[in-house]
Every structure is written in C-alpha cells, then in structure tokens.
Design a protein around this ligand. Structure first.
Ligand code: MN3
Length: 215
C-alpha cells in the first residue's frame, strides 16, 4: 500500500477505512498499542461511517425521497466526518516507527530551510502551533492552491478554521484521543515524540506531487 495515498480511503463507491501501514505497537512510545487500536479501529472508523451516512442522506435528498431541509445538517456532517477521514488517512501515512529515524530530504528539505530558516526553526514553530490549538484539532504543514508556498495552520475539529483548497502535507492530531492514554495531559510530550516519528519520505513525496499538480 502506498501510505501517502488518499485513494486508499475510497473503494467501490464508498469511503473505507484503510489498513494501518504498520503493526499496533510500531509507534511506541509515541502512541501505545491501545491508543493506536482505539484511534484507528474506533475513532477513524466512526468518521468513515459518518461520511458514508452523510453521503447517503444527500443522495436521498437528490432522489427526492428526503426533504431538502435535511441538506444543511447533512452538509455539516459530511464536512466533519469526511474531514476526519481525510486527516486521519494522512496522519497514519505520515507516521513511521522511531528507529527509522527519517529527516526531511529532497525538495521539501530545501523548501523548509527557505521558508522557516532551518529544520530546527520549523520544528519549534510547528510544535508551538500544535501546542496552541484550542480544544480538539490539528496542526498542519501544507500549501495553499494559489502560491504553493509551505505554510502552517491549525484546524479546529476536522474542518473549521480551514483555508479553502489548502493541501495538507504533514498533519498532527492533537485531539485528546490521540495521546491521552499514553501521555495523559502532556500534549507537549506527545508533540515532541511526534516530531521524531515523522515519515519524511512520505511527506516529501506528497510535496513533490503538489509541485507536479498530482496531489
Ligand atoms: Mn483523531
């Protein structure tokens, strides 16, 4: 499986839960096996089910068997659940076991240096952003669809405070369900560990696809 590929989340007309690209204990000590199981098999699976349910509701409205008054709620449910499905699919793909010890490479490494000054400076800013996301949300490194410049943003829930067309390259889930069983209330400890588990070759591949307008 190409773990950088969102297409793994859709099959035969429905959203599907892509399998993890590693075993349940592969991300310890960043994420304990119980957290990985619950996060993937329960939380992510629920977003997949919610996205399919919202799509089915919209389809019933289109077929005329459900009032159009349901469209507003269905649209909101789709944004929340499909946003969750997309972000979690990217999240599993941009994590790797710590012993692989990846670092940024290629065009992405050059862009990080050019944009943030250095890799160390990038880590400091990204970590501060992730720590500062209020409540449930995500820290995201990505590009906007106009300039294709690297930039960071914090997303609330899965779909709010979002730049339209923003293309995420590296995503860090800072919902409490992502770390609480392993790190308790120490979000900073989780973020520090996350930075040591980034699958930079996957993130670099995503960036190269953006530059080729394929992602
Ligand atoms: Mn999550």
């Amino acid at each position: 499986m190409n773990s950088s590929c969102l297409q793994n989340g859709y099959d035969d007309g429905r959203y599907v839960l892509p399998p993890l690209p590693y075993g349940d204990s592969a991300l310890e000590p960043l994420i304990c096996a119980e957290t990985l199981y619950l996060h993937h098999d329960k939380h992510h699976a629920a977003y997949v089910a919610g996205a399919n349910a919202a799509l089915e509701t919209l389809q019933l409205i289109c077929e005329g068997s459900l009032s159009s008054s349901h469209a507003v709620a269905a649209g909101r449910n789709l944004a929340f659940n499909l946003g969750g499905h997309i972000l979690h699919t990217l999240y599993w793909g941009n994590l790797a076991p710590k012993h692989l010890n990846f670092s940024p490479e290629g065009v992405l490494a050059e862009a990080i240096d050019a944009t943030f000054g250095s890799y160390a400076s990038f880590v400091e800013i990204f970590s501060a952003l992730a720590l500062g996301v209020q409540g449930n949300g995500w820290a995201v490194l990505g590009t906007d669809p106009i300039s294709h410049r690297l930039m960071m943003t914090g997303i609330s829930n899965h779909h709010e405070v979002l730049v339209p067309g923003f293309c995420p390259l590296l995503v860090c889930d800072v919902w409490e369900h992502a770390y609480y069983l392993t790190w308790s209330n120490d979000r900073k400890g989780y973020i520090n560990a996350f930075m040591q588990h980034v699958n930079w070759p996957v993130v670099n591949e995503r960036y190269e696809k953006i530059l080729r307008h394929e992602f």
